[in-house]
Ligand binder design. Structure first.
Ligand code: G6P
Ligand code: MN
Length: 445
């Protein structure tokens, strides 16, 4: 089985490789092709992987290339984990928005729109090439904003592209844990868009345990989302929101906290990772140790400003190990070996949520097998959730249409329609600001 990783010089690639190393079963991935535009980053990451694989004769073979078509030919799975414009681009996405007094964040609000506008044309080009060069490959999309990018790619790849995110899994795992349930036994009733979903129930042996959590402020205040949103607000909603909804429900506080931070998240990661990749230029650097130190610091500081604004304190030690590589591996195993499982994934709606059309990519529990990911039937969204989901999907559609047509007017519309952008004039200023700093937006006319 051959896995091609686009963005193969990216910082989180060793997590994926580590998960592959733990997989010994028949039909596992035996070849990994790393593709990146930057040969220096590729060789840095390849060094980390070589140290991970040291002494393991069964470790998947790793090759690197900067030629995209070569990377795609012969792939069984393609992971797309690219970052168009790099972390410098992410920092600019944040800064331009914060300067206009609105949220500057990787995937939510104005920052997410800017990132989407830069990424969609590149993702579409990749999708077209996959359709031509590796038509039987499955594409697993990690590239953010993951729901929007998956929808863009699905227009060329249909159901062969599946988007993944670790945040719903993490949320489900935390809720199961505080309820004393085994996360593997629990059925998580979660639905929405990527980074915009809610847990409405958690069933163990047919019984919904969520009401027990909602009734207990002590339990509610004991895990990440409970601390971020506060027990009272979660009880009011009657559902536990994905952590990214903190940017909606506490928008003023998060914008202020982000404006006051020494560095935005993107700028912090840009500087942190620049040090790591620099260190890797020295031939005697201990690659795996340096990578792991950098990873630990990144995970400990995830959403630090949100936690500060909410008085939520440090992250729980159990939440520091991520999990996105586990979702990716579980998905590949289910498809490659027909190991049936249920995973929360980003797939086309196909009637699951009646408020959206069938082509809209949503985030929903899916049954996965050799035929791909099939969304399960879920209860309808509440009025509030349906409203937000529809509003944000409408914005995503404007982004897709601006990326296709190159229309600046449509880009303004995307920003202006977003619930977290409070004026059409702000939207105009955002388009001015973003096109001035991002060469990747030169196509907007
Ligand atoms: C979570 C999200 C991912 C995102 C990551 C960002 O895992 O689900 O979509 O890429 O956080 O974390 P960062 O360390 O880059 O701020
Ligand atoms: Mn995510």
């Amino acid at each position: 089985m051959r896995l091609t990783i686009l963005g193969g010089g990216g910082f989180r690639v060793p997590l994926v490789y580590g998960a592959l190393l733990g997989d010994r079963a028949e039909g596992r991935v035996t070849q990994v092709v790393l593709h990146d535009l930057d040969a220096g980053r590729l060789s840095a990451v390849a060094r980390v992987l070589a140290e991970q694989a040291a002494g393991d004769p069964g470790a998947p073979e790793v090759t690197v290339t900067t030629d995209l078509d070569e990377a795609l030919r012969g792939a069984d799975f393609v992971f797309s984990a690219i970052r168009v414009g790099g972390l410098e681009g992410r920092a600019a996405d944040e800064r331009v928005a914060l300067d206009q007094g609105v949220l500057g964040q990787e995937t939510v609000g104005a920052g997410g729109i800017a990132y989407g506008l830069r990424t969609v044309p590149v993702a579409v080009d990749i999708a077209r090439r996959v359709a031509r060069l590796a038509p039987d490959a499955w594409v697993i999309n990690f590239t953010n904003p993951a729901g929007l990018v998956t929808e863009a790619m699905s227009r060329h790849l249909g159901d062969r592209v599946i988007g993944i995110c670790d945040s719903p899994v993490g949320l489900g795992r935390r809720i199961a844990r505080v309820l004393g349930a085994d996360p593997r036994e629990a059925w998580i009733d979660y639905v929405g868009l990527n980074h915009l979903g809610w847990v409405r129930g958690l069933r163990v042996a047919g019984r919904d345990e969520l009401p027990r959590l909602l009734a207990d402020p002590g339990l509610l205040g004991s895990f990440e989302e409970g601390k971020l949103f506060g027990p009272e607000w979660i009880r009011s909603l009657g559902a536990v929101p994905n952590e990214y909804l903190h940017y909606y429900y506490f928008n003023r506080e998060t914008v202020r906290a982000y404006q006051q931070a020494d560095k935005t998240r993107g700028a912090f990661l840009r500087d942190q990772q620049a040090r790591f990749y620099d260190e890797m230029k020295s031939p005697d650097a201990a690659a795996l140790t340096a990578w792991d130190r950098t990873r630990a610091e990144r995970e400990a500081t995830y959403m630090a400003e949100n936690r500060d604004a909410a008085g939520a304190g440090e992250r729980d030690a159990d939440d520091l190990s991520g999990g996105y590589e586990k979702v990716a591996l579980a998905l590949m195993r289910a498809i490659a070996r027909d190991e049936r499982t249920t995973l929360i994934l980003n797939v086309r709606n196909r009637g699951t949520l009646s408020v959206l059309d069938s082509e809209a990519v949503i985030e929903v529990p899916c049954l996965v097998d050799a035929n791909g990911a099939h969304p399960v039937t879920v209860d309808p969204l509440s009025g509030h959730a349906a409203g937000l989901v529809c509003a944000v999907k409408a914005v995503e559609r404007e982004v897709l249409s601006a990326a296709e047509s190159g229309s600046r007017t449509t880009a303004v519309k995307a920003f202006a329609l977003h619930p977290l952008v409070d004026s059409v004039n702000v939207a105009r200023a955002l388009v001015e600001g973003y096109t001035a700093v991002h060469p990747g937006l030169a196509y907007l006319e």
